[in-house]
Design a protein around this ligand. Sequence first.
Ligand code: NAD
Length: 320
Amino acid sequence: MKTALVCGAGGFIGNHLVSRLKAEGFWVRGVDLKFPEFSETAADDFFIGDLRDLTVCHRALDRNFDEVYQLAADMGGAGYIFTGENDANVMHNSASINLNVVDTCHKRNIKRVFYSSSACMYPEYNQLNPDDPNCAEDSAYPAAPDSEYGWEKLFSERLYLAYNRNHGMQNRVARFHNIFGPLGTWQGGKEKAPAAICRKVAAASEDGNIEIWGDGEQTRSFLYIDECIEGVLRLMRSDFEGPVNIGSDEMVTINQLVDLACDVAGKSLQKQHIDGPLGVRGRNSDNRLIEEKLGWSPSMPLRDGIQRTYEWIAGQIHQQ
Ligand code: NAD
């Protein structure tokens, strides 16, 4: 039986990844500061531990694994990473986790770790035009991310690739672009735009208002969780080390995303634009490299993912 370790298995993507690996017949160990919030974990072995602590890493990696996935990070949506209030924690916590995990794997002779970087590492100067952002993988330098979260991601992706060059590892690095779907954080300040918008639409009356941060003309693309997991596994099991984008190239404005959620919900809401943390003006996944290297790229329409996510969040609100 093949074995996998998922670091960050209590988080949104990690929890889905554990379920997928179990469905493929793996024996799976998960480690996280917390259990998944909205479902039971499917992991065979799950322990609560802080990966900033080297002894926890040693315990998590006390055996060999066929596949190791490192998704643990101190992160959240724009309300968490763009306000500046959490910068020191984000940098210290996530860098500590990555330094510990990659070095422990190296010392345990585990050759391949999947690392989840983020589109937030791309330079702000290429993302000022909402109609034509440049997020090709080779546009990363000169580096100028707009958040400390992005700087830590850039540092850590370089760390994993340095272990490849200097220690004969075969780590894999992906840059995720706005992953969303059921079982993700949808309230409390760490939720991201699709979940926040679905929540606001679900909670509004048929002809009520919806608050949107900024003018809503900033652009983004959003990738449904199942396609993210598919991309992760394909990259992990390929000959390509990355870094490579895993994202959707169906770019929309935030206003269009709101319209889509309203349409799915059958509601007609008045948009109210208010001040809020925004991030870059435009961002879209450039999928040319993933197509070239993996012969695959995400293809699910945004509407289908929003439909599934809206239904799940509306159900959560109903249960409260
Ligand atoms: P998440 O916050 O739901 O999951 C991260 C998990 O890491 C959490 O469960 C958290 O408890 C855990 N964690 C944090 N500090 C820890 C520590 N010291 N020890 C052990 N566990 C710890 O986030 P997610 O959306 O599932 O993201 C997974 C990874 O993908 C992260 O590295 C994130 O930066 C990256 N990413 C996500 C997105 C996205 O849109 N969701 C986009 C780009 C990159």
